[in-house]
Design a binder for this molecule. Structure first.
Ligand code: ZN
Length: 386
């Protein structure tokens, strides 16, 4: 009788993860191809593949092309063996998505939020998650995790320490969501989620160093450095909405003054727009489309302020790309040239040789897709350590 030592069990887990990753990356492929691409011998691959098949993560899908001899049985990952939920908790909206384990969208829900206090927002959040769970097809693993992006500072325990635009302090969000649903829950800043969403599925694919600028009611930033989300020492990076762009400027809810988001956010745009008798982004966009020069000038001004902050970011991080996302993404035709010319004027020339200015390909869905991706990534990590 052989006993499996701790070391052997660890090696098996690592090899299982290697095989699963090979299949995720390049399926359909055969056992022989996995053996070639991973360097594991054929007997090991066969036994690990059988485990993955027994666990409903991989299936055989018939025979592929032969390279002489018998046609090999091809394998693929079963993306429908579990589902993830991703939520983007905005200041005035909530957006949720149900995806399979490959990130294909199965269901989507949105609702507007009229109150910002934790209690009504939690009710809306739970309603959204309940709806998405109800939309999930039956599967082996069910809901594997819930990711939630919030517009504020989140600590390692998933507590929202401070969300100025929601007026939240010390809200133990992960605990509350995990208690209700009994699945792994990840809470992160919405801009981090957006950065991850764009990196995985959007404008940031194949870009190693990028800054995602989420321009909604406030401004948040998510950093991908060397292909990984950069979280800072305590997970608090990304509050660049509070960069000072006007030394003696308007007071901000954070206690400072002249913060970037006081001049370049949707909120900044709307407070100026009220002088023109317009009070939401959609009617501003329609007016700009309809040729109103005063509204176009307003977008131009916000674009210029966005450019000021982006020039600072480019000087500090020297990224390959800056991606503008969230609500202001919709105003691209009216802000893009202004952002571009301001960045060219203000950033150091050396940086400009390389940096690309991009707009979120997922539009307003970047953060919820990234939040769902966080939940899925957590499931794979847990498989490796199970
Ligand atoms: Zn501020």
């Amino acid at each position: 009788m052989t006993t499996i030592t701790g070391d052997q069990a660890l090696i098996k887990r690592i090899n299982t993860a290697v095989v699963l990753e090979a299949i995720l990356r390049a399926a359909p492929l055969s056992r022989a191809q996995i053996s070639e691409s991973t360097g594991l011998n054929k007997a090991t691959v066969s036994s690990l593949v059988q485990d993955l098949i027994d666990n409903s993560l991989v299936r055989e899908i018939g025979r592929g092309e032969s390279s002489g001899g018998r046609k090999p049985v091809m394998l693929e990952f079963i993306a429908s063996s579990g589902y993830s939920i991703g939520i983007d908790l905005g200041v005035n909206y909530i957006r949720g998505v149900l995806t399979d384990l490959r990130g294909s969208v199965i269901a989507e829900r949105t609702a507007s939020l009229r109150q910002v206090e934790p209690e009504p927002v939690l009710l809306a959040l739970f309603r959204c998650i309940d709806d998405l769970i109800a939309a999930a097809p039956d599967s082996r693993y069910g809901i594997v995790g819930i990711g939630v992006g919030v517009p504020g500072l989140v600590d390692e325990s998933g507590t929202v320490l401070y969300a100025p635009n929601l007026k939240w302090r010390e809200v133990a969000l992960r605990k509350m969501v995990a208690e209700r649903y009994a699945v792994p829950v990840t809470i992160d800043n919405e801009a981090n989620c957006g950065a991850l969403g764009e990196r995985k599925y959007g404008a940031g694919r194949r870009i190693g160093n990028l800054v995602y600028v989420s321009v909604g009611i406030g401004i948040g930033t998510g950093l991908i450095l060397q292909k990984e989300l950069y979280k800072g020492a305590s997970g608090f990076s990304g509050e660049m909405g509070h960069l000072s762009v006007e030394a003696f400027g308007k007071p901000c809810g954070c206690g400072n003054r002249g913060c970037w988001e006081m001049y370049a956010s949707e909120q900044a745009l709307l407070s100026k727009a009220s002088e023109l008798g317009l009070n939401d982004l959609e009617s501003l966009l329609a007016s700009a489309e309809g040729g109103r020069e005063d509204v176009r000038a307003l977008f131009g001004e916000v674009g210029e302020y966005l450019g000021v902050g982006i020039a600072n970011i480019v000087n500090v991080f020297n990224p390959d790309a800056v991606i503008i996302g969230n609500r202001m993404n919709k105003a691209r035709p009216w802000i893009e040239d202004h952002i571009r010319s301001t960045v060219v004027q203000r950033a150091l020339g050396f940086h400009l040789r390389k940096v690309q200015l991009l707009f979120a390909e997922l539009g307003e869905r970047s953060a919820m897709m990234g939040a769902a991706e966080m939940a899925t990534a957590g499931f794979f990590i847990q498989l490796k350590s199970a």
